[in-house]
Design a protein around this ligand. Sequence first.
Ligand SMILES: [Fe+2]
Ligand SMILES: [Fe+2]
Ligand SMILES: [Fe+2]
Length: 427
Amino acid sequence: MPSEELKIKLIDMVLCFSRALDLLHPEISDHHLRVAYIASCLAEELGLTPAEKQDVLIGGALHDVGAISSPVMTSLFDHALAHYRLGDANSPDDLHKHGEEGYILTRDFPPFAQAASAIRFHHANWDFGRGKEFAGEPIPLASHILHLADRIAVLPDANRNILEQAAEIRKTVGTDSGRQFSPEIVAAFDEISTRESFWLDIACQHKEPIIRSRFGDWEIGLDLETLEQLGKVFGRIIDYRSPFTATHSSGVAATGEALAQRLGIPFTERKLLRVAGYLHDIGKLTVPIEIIEKPGKLTSEEMLIVKQHSYHTHRILSMVPGLETVNIWASLHHERLDGKGYPFRPREIPLGSRIIAVADVFTAITEDRPYRKGMDRVQALNVLDQLVIDRAIDGDIVDALRADFGELLFIRSLSQQPTENSAAEAA
Ligand SMILES: [Fe+2]
Ligand SMILES: [Fe+2]
Ligand SMILES: [Fe+2]
């Protein structure tokens, strides 16, 4: 499949990841997509260019990625929501911290550069114009748009009709004009919030088509290289959630590609396999962090929840037209050759999925984790060989791994080195 034939749109990848983030916490269901929608409407009303609107949309869709790490996630969202509902003018330090971490997590992908800057300061107050900069750095208008959009997004009470609440919300926002929010952006809100459809769109649970039809006119396609870069950024965010798996997806991506090369798979498929490796555990965003990081044995109920993650990987990635093959390779990584894996139990498991399955086990057992060292060659091959005997994984792929074990171990560990840009380091 030549790269020109990739038909994957940046907006679909962004909306799918935004939806995945919204599966993290019951309190924020729909929060990222809601902020993306509101911020885009504000940007439109303010007369921003299509490129600026696009940056605002991406910024809104991803704005709280820095808040998904385990120690702070739940309390941070509770805190942020309370803070916003109360209209507290002084943003606490932890709110600024997740803006900074979100910036670090997203800035390396060139099409996200402007959105990353907007995310960085999305909790800065306008402070009667002093909020145009922070410590000598200019704060982009897009940050102030996100700031107001975030507030509007959390104010509606889900138990009441949203149209009943419009006047109160307009009043609350107006009270904070100048102090928290730029008066220019509040004026844009006053204008768009006269329309019932604006409020009904906010309340609608199926926002992707609304956002796509109103703001998806920038149909930027991804080539193989940018898809790989984007997969890497998303993989890093997925991993960043927990130090237990801090670089796991990068390891699976690199090992999957290296195994594919040794099995004679052509270049394009190898690169797509790498993308599948970055995204294979995206469904884990639906598993509560207390379960992911539980020190002891999981109960059978918790185990059932963990086992659902590859189903969710499939559901999330199926939102992206053109990503079908990557989706199959990613979401069948817990299937077994004897049909006793989960959750689809297909009769045939495609080679790409079997490679990701081996790369996943190899990475999981050889990587160091905070609570244990990774296995050495003998131990790891014992585990893998037993899985082949049990008809769980593909013996030919394990043989390819065995033939070049040292090199694959090196590739895996190199891909998992923290980089100077890693947010985990900055945190
Ligand atoms: Fe935030
Ligand atoms: Fe937020
Ligand atoms: Fe998994």
